[in-house]
Ligand binder design. Sequence first.
Ligand code: SAM
Length: 330
Amino acid sequence: MGHKPVLLDEVVTAMAPKDGEVLVDGTYGGGGYARALLAAAKCRVLGLDRDLDAIERAGLAAEKEPRLTPILGRFSDMIRLVEEAGFSSVDAITLDLGVSSFQLDQAERGFSFMRDGPLVMRMGRSGPSAADVVNQMDERDLATIFFRLGEEKQSRRIARAIVQRRLKAPFTTTLDLAGLIEEVLGGRRGAKTHPATRSFQAIRMFVNDELGELARALEASEHLLSEGGRLVIVTFHSLEDRMVKLFMRERAGLQGGGSRHLPQKGDGPRPSFDMPSKKAIEPSEAELAENPRARSSRLRVAVRTAAPAMDLPVSTGVDLPDLARLEASS
Ligand SMILES: C[S@@+](CC[C@H](N)C(=O)[O-])C[C@H]1O[C@@H](n2cnc3c(N)ncnc32)[C@H](O)[C@@H]1O
């Protein structure tokens, strides 16, 4: 089955494409957003994804739609990627964070605790895998990842059980790890979600440095968007939504942006973004009934002003172990 895009109408409305504009879809995935944007105006869409499978799909779509330009790469790197595609600024950027159904459905990608596959969880093709995380990290670091990225209350118990078990045999498959977590948490007991949901999400976010990617993409967007340019971001995790909210509020010069770098209101730099609404847009009841994946999605929008970039660092808001310390085994 394909990927059902979340908050699609709301994203197209916020992106507000016009004829002749250049838009970035930083998370091409199954191309749901890109297709709708291309249909809404005679614009160009630069479709980025770090996953080669997604870019191969985009390549096929681009054979029929020359206004789509597929680009393999990470959205944190979008300034360089957009320049290489021949543009120095763009009119709108959208990000739809997380994994696609294509990635979840392919057992060999190792994202799913419902399908047995190798413990990989990488969106790209290189770097440490989920197996490297659970087989190499010390118990404290594992617990930190589960607690901070998965909001897993039993983080320490799970980390301890992983470290004990791997002394006998390293983890190699998704069901092996999911089974152990289920054992530690005492089975499903009628719960709506699988007991491994939070831990798998945490490992995936860590392996792909998802918060770091978002921080760098937010910084890049301030440089890349032209005046009037729209930044349209869909998140699925409270930490990500918080980062986006704080970034937009800070750049819009609103108090409560949480930055220690900004002077008091009134004597700070001119706002580099406006926020048409301070509130996040949430999926409608109708969408929730049709697509349970939309449950935790939040959409936030900001519009670039003419002011120079503030150029302040964006923080992920959490301290995590260093991914680069791990040795990639495959
Ligand atoms: C939720 S899906 C996007 C679905 C898309 N909006 C659609 O309508 O089909 C997220 C996609 O973003 C990609 N992705 C996640 N993080 C990325 C990053 N840092 N750089 C580039 N692509 C990324 C994933 O590989 C995945 O294909």
